[in-house]
Design a protein around this ligand. Structure first.
Ligand SMILES: [Zn+2]
Length: 190
């Protein structure tokens, strides 16, 4: 799923009343698995000026880049972090961070058809082909996308009341406006 939908859903799911300081850890866990893609794009496209076709056609699939992406989407590593946070460090912050990473991987597992991650890296290179894709109309995105947007809107309304700073609330509103606009542009034009 898109990075902003992960952020909204994970923060809403992991939010605890009277513990707004945990929101930032849920946020980091929600965006971290997608961060290497941005690093890839900045290094290869912005700095090295690789042509777009080569970027997503071949370079994206090279082993070194794939391993780099996989590290941040690897459920075995996340489970180790969860165990460390919960049992060893007894840290609610680390535990929420690990849960958020895990939820991100769970949603991606269910919403990627032929562009899924190696979620069991480094133990296995199995990739699950979900029958549902969050963006590909050939795999039910036409039904999934509008339902997902309604869910995100409900999650946003729920989260809004729990956000403590004005900046966070404005960010949430801005993301929702962009989200609806991108939906209208992308899906209704196709
Ligand atoms: Zn992801």
């Amino acid at each position: 799923m898109t990075t902003h939908s992960h952020a909204i859903l994970n923060m809403a799911l992991l939010s605890k009343r009277d513990k707004p300081f945990l929101h930032v850890y849920a946020f980091i866990g929600a965006v971290l698995p997608d961060l290497p893609i941005f690093v890839f794009f900045i290094i290869e496209s912005v700095i090295r000026k690789t042509p777009e076709r080569e970027l997503w056609g071949t370079l994206y699939f090279t082993e070194s880049w794939q391993n780099f992406f996989d590290i941040f989407n690897a459920i075995p590593f996340i489970l180790i972090l969860l165990g460390l946070g919960y049992y060893l460090l007894n840290s609610e912050r680390v535990t929420v961070l690990a849960w958020s990473l895990l939820i991100h991987c769970g949603f991606d597992f269910l919403t990627h058809h032929d562009d899924g991650h190696h979620h069991f890296f480094p133990l296995s290179d199995f990739v699950f082909e979900s029958p549902i894709s969050y963006w590909d109309r050939n795999h039910h995105a036409g039904i999934f996308a509008p339902i997902a947007r309604v869910v995100f809107l409900i999650a946003s309304i729920y989260l809004y009341r729990r956000l403590k700073t004005r900046l966070a609330r404005w960010c949430l509103i801005a993301v929702n406006i962009l989200f609806v606009a991108s939906y209208l542009l992308f899906f209704l034009n196709n």
